[in-house]
Design a protein around this ligand. Structure first.
Ligand SMILES: *[C@@H]1O[C@H](CO)[C@@H](O)[C@H](O)[C@H]1NC(C)=O
Ligand SMILES: *[C@@H]1O[C@H](CO)[C@@H](O)[C@H](O)[C@H]1NC(C)=O
Ligand SMILES: *[C@@H]1O[C@H](CO)[C@@H](O)[C@H](O)[C@H]1NC(C)=O
Ligand SMILES: *[C@@H]1O[C@H](CO)[C@@H](O)[C@H](O)[C@H]1NC(C)=O
Ligand SMILES: *[C@@H]1O[C@H](CO)[C@@H](O)[C@H](O)[C@H]1NC(C)=O
Ligand SMILES: *[C@@H]1O[C@H](CO)[C@@H](O)[C@H](O)[C@H]1NC(C)=O
Ligand SMILES: [Ca+2]
Ligand SMILES: [Ca+2]
Ligand SMILES: [Ca+2]
Length: 570
């Protein structure tokens, strides 16, 4: 049984949340976590529906969208003989994944387990169901050993796209190479304003209008043509004096809005419908920038696997001036640090210093500089001097690409102690059915496998959590120093603290509880409700501190609305 099969199919989930680019752990690491998660899900489904584990897993595969059901069945078929053997007895997912060989105990490592030794779950004991027998026989004989990307045609296409083109965080489909796309996913219009002409590289959101957009809409804001009364172009009439500005954010998974649908991991809620959105979720790297606090613009009622209000900095800027329509870019990358921002991520920002409108750039790296999965986690945290130098390098780069009159806003890091404090003793979705897995258990398990997204904060060791927060505070200070260390020719730079307690307090005032603001599956990211509140918090901070930076409310908004309606949408 090839562990890579797991990694590429359902294991995507775990892989993405363990932040890209990090070590893959010990004792089977990521693949082991994915296997245990999946088998445990099968076990719980078996319990709910009086079924066997293998039957449940096959049925689960049948619920997946067509691209994934075949690889899923291959994986299950390969694992089935072992699973049937171990589930003839009362064992649990840990034991099963050890038996399959995906989880192991490497020399010098301690054994990692989520569950108690023996299962207390009551379900049918496994045996070979004749319905699956043929499929199981076929695959055990065949033994797929070659690279999964080459072995299944469906995955071949997917692998190519995801692994080669997405590495640079640019849209996968972009015919004119202007860094804007006509499609939604794969870093398309869910991430950056939709390209209104993908055959012309000088037509894209955010540029100053070509020939005042008399005949064509070159900046994709839906405003074009000539006012018959005055003979002036509408761009000149409605936008020219209004100080239009775009919004871009450089950041991490909190920026991109990482979200794993909780109903995928809630056995009682599993049905065909909730998996329909899986292709979209995977093509977006498990991120939801289209409803995020920075660049969100869509209503979550579009999907079944996310809920909560949408509010964003982009929407606020657009509301202030409709000329800003579609001028947004979300450059959030899961796992990004200050160092990777300077080395790679920032280069995917699209802005032409001469041809484009000024930009408000948010630079916000909330945690990965102190978060890693290493056992000696402190040694692997970014050092303050390194933080300052990288942040400063990024600012110098921005000075080469941002149009004059831009604004750069840098945020500090969050204090992640809030995570452990609010979640540790609560049940994780995986443990809700049998009340047997708490967040504390998940955190320890991921630490044990050395694949934790953040050993420092997701730790039972309070001293370590405190040390991590102290480092985060020093790193925030380093960013602040970088922001104040010199003047830049083309923008003003400002620093603000990112105080998540303000968001929590706003939520509590509405009668909510802190844990309700955290992503339930990963126990690590802010969720949709938190995003909407964050938009309000950051926007108010900006308006309060820099009241003159965003121009006045455009007095022509109503005229634009009247003549151009939804401005060609998104
Ligand atoms: C589970 O199914 C078996 C036969 O497949 C049946 O004998 C048993 O009564 C069922 N148990 C429940 C609780 O429905
Ligand atoms: C989102 O859609 C729901 C139902 O379609 C509607 O009630 C709600 O007002 C919408 N919210 C926004 C912000 O448009
Ligand atoms: C930032 O990135 C550039 C380009 O890769 C590199 O030359 C520079 O040394 C980096 N700065 C720091 C502080 O690492
Ligand atoms: C951790 O920090 C908190 C808040 O500053 C403090 O109350 C607590 O005593 C500290 N705990 C340890 C173990 O250092
Ligand atoms: C907690 O973490 C600190 C800092 O890494 C370490 O010195 C200490 O030994 C740890 N305590 C326990 C009980 O593991
Ligand atoms: C940017 O604009 C300001 C004021 O509009 C001007 O003083 C400054 O020289 C400009 N900077 C550059 C690099 O063009
Ligand atoms: Ca394009
Ligand atoms: Ca274009
Ligand atoms: Ca236009």
């Amino acid at each position: 049984m090839s562990p890579r099969l797991f990694k590429l199919t359902i294991g995507f989930v775990i892989l993405a949340f363990i932040s890209s680019g990090q070590a893959h752990g010990v004792n089977g690491g990521t693949e082991c976590a994915a296997c245990t998660l999946l088998v445990s899900l099968g076990e719980q489904l078996a319990q709910l529906h009086n079924d066997t584990v293998v039957d449940s897993l096959f049925k689960l595969c049948d619920l997946l969208p067509s691209t994934y059901d075949i690889p899923c069945r291959v994986v299950v078929a390969l694992a089935a003989p072992t699973l049937i053997k171990v589930f003839e007895e009362d064992v649990n997912a840990d034991v099963a994944c050890h038996a399959i060989g995906i989880c192991r105990t490497d020399p010098g490592q301690k054994e990692c387990r989520i569950f108690q030794k023996t299962s207390t779950i009551r379900r049918k004991l496994d045996h070979i169901n004749p319905i699956w027998k043929e499929e199981i026989d076929k695959h055990t004989v065949k033994q797929i050993r070659s690279n999964i990307c080459d072995s299944l045609p469906v995955l071949k296409a997917l692998c190519r796209e995801i692994y080669t083109k997405l590495d640079d965080h640019l849209p996968v489909q972009d015919l004119d190479n202007d860094k804007f796309s006509e499609i939604k996913t794969l870093r398309g219009s869910y991430w950056r304003g939709r390209d209104c002409n993908d055959g012309q590289a000088d037509f894209y959101p955010g540029r100053k209008p070509v020939d005042d957009d008399i005949v064509e809409d070159s900046n994709c804001n839906g405003i074009m043509g000539v006012d018959p009364k005055s003979g002036k172009s509408y761009e000149e009439l409605f936008c020219k004096g209004s100080r239009p500005m775009g919004l871009a954010i450089l950041g991490d998974s909190a920026t991109a809005h990482f979200h794993i649908p909780v109903n995928w991991f809630t056995p009682a809620e599993i049905n065909k419908d909730i998996f329909k959105e899986m292709p979209m979720v995977i093509e977006n790297e498990f991120d939801w920038p289209q409803v995020s606090y920075s660049t969100g613009f869509m209503n979550t009622s579009t999907w079944k696997t996310i809920e909560g209000p949408t509010d964003s900095l982009y929407l606020r800027m657009r509301q202030r001036n409709l000329c800003n329509h579609r001028d947004y870019q979300n450059i959030g990358v899961n796992g990004a640090t200050t160092v990777s921002m300077n080395r790679t991520v920032q280069y995917s920002l699209a802005r032409d210093q001469k041809a484009d409108k000024p930009l408000v750039v948010i630079y916000s790296l909330l945690g990965n500089d102190v978060c890693n999965g290493h056992p000696d986690t402190i040694d692997h945290m970014t050092k303050p001097a390194e933080m300052k130098a990288s942040a400063l390098s990024s600012l110098k780069y921005l000075d080469k690409v941002l149009p004059n009159g831009s604004l750069v806003l840098m945020t500090g890091m969050v204090d992640g102690r809030i995570l452990y404090d609010t979640l540790a003793n609560r049940f994780h979705p995986l443990g809700q059915l049998n009340q047997d897995v708490r967040y504390r258990d998940i955190y320890e398990y991921l630490s044990c496998l050395q694949v934790s997204p953040c050993n420092g904060w997701l730790s039972t060791n309070e001293t370590l959590r405190n040390i991590t927060s102290e480092r985060a505070r020093q790193l925030s200070e380093a960013v602040k120093e970088a922001s104040q260390s010199q003047m830049f020719a083309n923008f003003r730079v400002e620093y603000i603290d990112f105080d998540f307690h303000v968001v929590i307090n706003a939520w509590k005032k509405q009668g909510g509880k802190a844990w309700e603001l955290i992503e339930p599956v990963d126990g690590f990211h802010p969720n949709q409700f938190a995003h909407a509140l964050t938009a309000d918090y950051i926007w108010k901070t900006l308006e309060d501190k820099f009241p003159d930076e965003f121009g006045k409310i455009n007095p022509n908004n109503e005229n634009i609305l009247k003549i151009f309606g939804d401005q060609n949408g998104y």
